[in-house]
Design a protein around this ligand. Sequence first.
Ligand code: DGL
Length: 262
Amino acid sequence: MKIGVFDSGLGGLVITRAFIRALPEYDYLYFGDSRHLPYGEKTSGRILSYTLSAMRYMISRDCRLIIIACNTATSIALRYIQQRFLPCEAPGVKVLGVVIPTAEVAAADNAEKVGVVATTATVRSHIYRAELCKLNPRLGITELAAPALVPAIENNDFVRAEEEVRRLAPSFAGCDSLILGCTHYPLVKDFFRAALPSVKVVSQDELMAEKLADYLHRHGEIETALTRGGSRRFEVSSLNRRAAEVAARLFPEIPIQKAAGL
Ligand code: DGL
């Protein structure tokens, strides 16, 4: 039984890399739904439907624990998956998201003002606002959608990505912490840190491995069900040359493959 990591594209490989470094003994399946990227500009219905298909596929490939690394899919689909889908279709499987662990880190250290930069769908869901308010109802929260950032990163256009970060940064200048609420943004975290030197920039590649280790520590029934062969398999729903190049940059030693039958 494997640990599955799901994202709408390849951005989640950055989080997978952190998991594998911290917890190398487990078997991993990565699945990126590159055919339907970007999720962030799609309707909630489509995001839910694509995410459910991905869950069915990963469960059919023996994933016992799945981390939805995609903030957009977490925002729109996680609750439905946990409350409706899993009890009916896969009661033994656990699916976790990235929003609550990220909000916990952002709200720590007596933060008073927290910024959130994310896709249009994530901001529209106000999931970060809701989770941050549960942690501290007095928090000041600024949420901003950055629809131009994912295409710039996907196109390897880091000049444009940096310009976009500089344009967004002044909106977060008064914040104590800033949540990079999208799997692609760890790739531009240095731009955010340079533009906002006094803000704690919360990047999911730096926090999720510790949260996963802690989860496994607290859930022995899941941990013992996971196999420890150290295998890794990275798959996408649509494979093109650019995707293969991005994946090869992040993980030169592991080839990315087209998921069979999808
Ligand atoms: N993976 C998505 C997220 O974390 C960003 C890319 C997309 O729009 O699909 O929100």
